[in-house]
Write a new protein. Sequence first.
Lengths: 194, 532
Amino acid sequence: MIANRRQDVILAGVGGQGILSIAFIIDNAALKEGFQIKQAEVHGMAQRGGAVQSHLRLSKDRIFSDLIPRGEADMILSVEPLEALRYIDYLRPDGRIVASSTTYVNIPDYPDKEKLLEKIREIRGSIVVDSENLAKEAGSSRAQNTVMLGAAAAFLIVKADSLVEFIRVLFAPRGERVLEANLKAFELGRRAAG
Amino acid sequence: MKKEILLGDEAVALAAIHAGVTAAYSYPGTPASEIMEYLVRASAAGKKFIAAWSVNEKTAYEEALGVSFAGKRTMVSMKHVGLNVAADPFMSSSLTGANGGFVVVAADDPGMHSSQNEQDSRFYAQFAQILCLEPADHQEAYDMTREAFDISERVSLPVMVRLVTRLSHSRSGVEPREARPQNDLHYGARERWTLLPVNARVQFRKILEMQTELVKIAAASPSNKLELNPDDRSFGVIASGIASNYVLENFAAGAKKPSLLKISTYPIPRDLVARLVEHVETVLVAEEGYPLIEKSLNGLFGIQGKKVIGRTSGHLPQSGELSPEIVRQALGLKALERRSLGDFRLAGRPPQLCTGCPHADTFNALKKGLEGYDKANVFSDIGCYTLGYFPPHNAVNTCVCMGASVGMAKGAAEVGVYPAVAVIGDSTFGHSGITPLLSAAAFNTNMTAVILDNCTVAMTGGQPSFATGERLLKIIEGVGVPKEHIRVITPLPKYLEKNARIFKEEISHAGISVIVAVRECLEEARKKNKKA
């Protein structure tokens, strides 16, 4: 990776967990900082409680493919631990995972949670955050996605201030309480990631 | 103008607005829905044009055709299989031609992310002998859609814009240009627009004569780009639309690239293709969808002294979506190093009905009502309820195309399938279920149609349904289903026994009956609450 010129991130989770909100915030922060962006996402049938992912590509240079090539993602940012591992073949050898430890169990054969977390921790530099409890602490159990965005903030090539700016843009129309919870969720995520 | 982040679909919609579209029509379908959603929002926000969902794609197409007849610019958008529904007016609209600029957007779904097949709409454009534009990125989606309106008026023909899921549902920055004013009203000539044989023959000859000019227009399009590498006479690539991105992705800036012809405007630009083929020995053809260019190049007997490879030769997979790594392999480059989980098996997470979804309650009651009938068959349709195929429901056994459930149940019932049950959503019923129900009522077929009225087009994100509520009940009665055999139920767990009994009663009725299960989609109810 040429430092700070480009970054490829796989965003992962289950339909309804707010992956596209994270994408919106990073996209707009990146555009403001002069990056080009491409961000492929999933709509339609798969959104109904299924696995969803978004390919987020940021670069100072021209981006060709909407999809990240397998083996080239710098980061997998996931709101769910099983979903973090689903895209592991996209990760480059020195790439990292930033994942929630909070499982979303809507299938009968969900694997053992500890084994999942162990697999994630095997990847050097990876970070696991308890998004459920932090989101509750922030005042909204729905803000787990923003907790995870906070946890990833230190590793993204866009500035944390720009992310906060677009957290405001996204959540301000939903009322003061929702906005405050998300700002706090972002901050708690950042701290949890150390 | 300022750069905006847009979905590929939205870039197309914005281009239509800036091209002076007066009216646009569509029926929801992944991955095309976001085009009309954007137009509806823009129209509601005060832009002066009509943006309307239609009852189905054929209706949408005909509405657009009326706009073009009136001299105004129009756009009709749909998913690939929607063009099958609109194929009748589509094929004949190349004969009437366009008066006001007429753009047909077909959004294909290679890989079948949310579709029942992966047909390639470029063949439809070829079939109707019209121009097809296949943008490779968001800026092209914007620029080429604008251009499509101009070309349409220049050649007096509809122009197709072909999208694929990865462009439709990807976001990127787009720089828009100043808007152009709308057209004035001016009617089409009656001898062109009345396709009696005497006129149609003349019009058809005209299209045939125009083909050379269309090829010239395609060849001159800046979207078709040929770059020859003078140092490499062995290997070259022809890539269409977004496949060209997957080729370029695999060559770092400054790296030596093979000769590359990007094709984004059809008919296939013959001269550009000839120059590339003359330059190299082996040509890789990478295209998203079916091997249209590859097969055209090879014909029946191939090109002497040249090797053309791609999907048909097995260098690229015959089905499914392309990706940077699939194309990388076909380019003969070493694969990137990847991580793997070794033996650790990940559970799949298929889509499923939302917790508390009314469809689940309808399926539970239906299954209970069918207890004791071991030869029952449930024919299903296109919508969220198709997820009733999966466990724990295992409730449906077919899904083919919009409206097929009703016709298939009738046919099956007539040859001895009993009970024959059709399950169809309210919007799908409005789209293509009314006519087969009319037929079943006319024959008083021994079948039961279950219409799941959740008051919306749920699967595609909650667009308005036309055949819902009171109007739905009137339609059912209007096509001739006896009133006493139109039953309305509320699919809730507490009514399971009662609803199952109603299913049993209507299944045992030896004739047509319809059960309407009414309960609003949870997702839509949630959205409404949020707004309130």
